[in-house]
Design a protein around this ligand. Structure first.
Ligand SMILES: Cc1cc2nc3c(=O)[nH]c(=O)nc-3n(C[C@H](O)[C@H](O)[C@H](O)COP(=O)(O)OP(=O)(O)OC[C@H]3O[C@@H](n4cnc5c(N)ncnc54)[C@H](O)[C@@H]3O)c2cc1C
Length: 199
């Protein structure tokens, strides 16, 4: 998690460390529904609008997304809950969480509750950096202030919007910039000024 990086890398400038320490992360409760049969819907991903449900934001029909996610003829459906709902219900037991949400998934997939063979509830934390207005402007300054000649280069999805692509791209970039640094190939023009490094 980005907010824990300053404890691992104590040499960051105060401004860069402060940016990282201020990052906070979302939570998400997900429920996997193992189904005795597949719903008629052929879609793999349902995004749930706010007016339809206050807690549920996405439904994935895993058997439509990737073949062999579950036995032939059976179904696998995952429900994902919004951060605020997930935080409020993190201490609830699995049955209470399912009971609160089964009506929400039935709005899109009527009758699915009758076909549940078993469930798995997961309480995820951390999920993604909690974005708010101004975050990406600060992130741009944080990024511009990195020292390309350093021997430590940061990677991870907190370096942009949180996803696997970001994690991969920032990892590749950090590796590239580290090799450049170790081989003395950092152009003078992109070495940060003292002022920029302090960002
Ligand atoms: C439920 C859920 C659904 C998601 N869905 C998607 C999706 O559909 N598409 C998508 O693109 N992204 C999705 N994401 C986001 C994506 O998974 C993350 O953004 C991405 O995995 C972050 O990668 P990372 O390498 O930055 O961090 P991580 O994958 O968290 O890796 C950090 C690693 O560091 C290790 N670590 C921690 N502390 C230390 C330490 N002190 N010393 C050594 N090792 C340490 C951890 O064990 C971990 O292996 C989802 C996330 C969640 C939780």
């Amino acid at each position: 998690m980005g907010n824990r990086v300053p404890d691992i890398v104590p040499g960051l400038s105060a401004q860069r460390a402060s940016f990282l320490r201020d990052l906070n992360y979302t939570s998400c409760i997900s429920i996997n529904l193992a189904l005795s049969r597949r719903p008629a819907a052929e879609t793999s991903f349902v995004v749930v609008p706010g007016p339809v449900s206050e807690g549920l934001f996405a439904i994935i029909l895993e058997h439509n997304k990737v073949a062999r996610r579950c036995p032939d003829g059976k179904g696998l459906c995952t429900m994902f809950m919004l951060n605020e709902w997930s935080v409020a219900h993190a201490e609830d037991d699995d049955e209470t969480i399912l009971a609160a949400m089964i009506g929400e998934v039935e709005k899109a997939l009527p009758g699915i509750g009758d076909d549940i063979e078993f469930i798995r509830v997961i309480r995820w934390y951390p999920v993604l950096v909690y974005s708010h207005p101004g975050l990406y402007r600060k992130l741009g300054r944080f990024h511009a202030g990195r020292d390309r000649s350093a021997r430590i280069h940061l990677a991870g999805s907190y370096n942009s919007s949180g996803n696997v692509n970001t994690a991969t791209v920032t990892g590749e970039r950090s590796a590239r910039e580290l090799v450049d640094s170790l081989e003395g190939r950092v152009p003078t023009s992109i070495k940060p000024t003292l002022a920029a490094a302090a960002l």
